[in-house]
Design a protein around this ligand. Sequence first.
Ligand SMILES: C[S@@+](CC[C@H](N)C(=O)[O-])C[C@H]1O[C@@H](n2cnc3c(N)ncnc32)[C@H](O)[C@@H]1O
Length: 279
Amino acid sequence: VIEARRDPNRSFYERPAAVREWAAKRELEPPERSLLALLGPVLPGLRMLDIGVGAGRTTAHFAPRVREYTGVDYSRPLIAACQARFGGRPGWTFRHGDARSMPFLPDAGFDLVLFSVNGLDCLDHRGRLAALAEVARVCRPEGLFFFSSHNLDAVRLALSVRRLARDLRATRAPGRFALSLGRRVPPQLLARLANPPAGSLVARDWAWISQGWPPGSACGTYHAKPGEVDRQVRAAGFTLERVFLPSGAEVGYRESLGRAQDLWLNYLCRRAAAAPGRA
Ligand SMILES: C[S@@+](CC[C@H](N)C(=O)[O-])C[C@H]1O[C@@H](n2cnc3c(N)ncnc32)[C@H](O)[C@@H]1O
């Protein structure tokens, strides 16, 4: 309980409203569809780990196609939702656990690890590096790791008043305009107040962006530049192979390093081969 109180993101995902919200989501995101298409014929041979599985949105699409499927989440109510929906199917396992330390999972036990919809960004810098090291431990040599992460290069856009004004102008019906105004403006103002100016944030390699006021009281998310993501995954023992936009389209790796203005990017990484003489 103490740990949950200290971690506002985790508490956020333990609320009944979070369970309702994530249980209502059923479709794959376009980059996840690109991953499915890319893996195609090899899927039936894979042992898959789905970290931050939520209420099982991705389970429904991946688990029936792979050899073995394990879902992990640090929110007990979300894992309970997965168990209620999918429990009892042979080869499908759900575990309550934290990506930073998963001692219940074997070394090199998975061919494919997924951490979707910026789940990794719930963690602070130290936690993120611990989670990457833990993913590297459980992923077999040459196994794959697919995850999404907020793009710090796009933070100016995320906090931009001009973008907010454009979005609001796009809602033409007066009722919808008022609704959008109520929903979008207070969080946008709070986010601006809770964070250093966007100009100083974009000068950094990574930053913690608080979503509310006072800073630290509500959810925050880690944002990183693609070059920093590349460095982090390399330090953990992966090679960054492909980058996907939210549309599902692949973006040239060089182009993603500094030019992509999408709010989040999806990264496909491969674990290094085993050192000669090692299993
Ligand atoms: C944005 S939600 C996405 C849920 C699900 N992957 C989906 O796309 O439907 C992020 C999920 O990551 C989980 N999560 C965040 N940090 C985690 C951690 N350190 N260990 C395990 N799960 C974590 C949250 O509880 C939440 O379910």
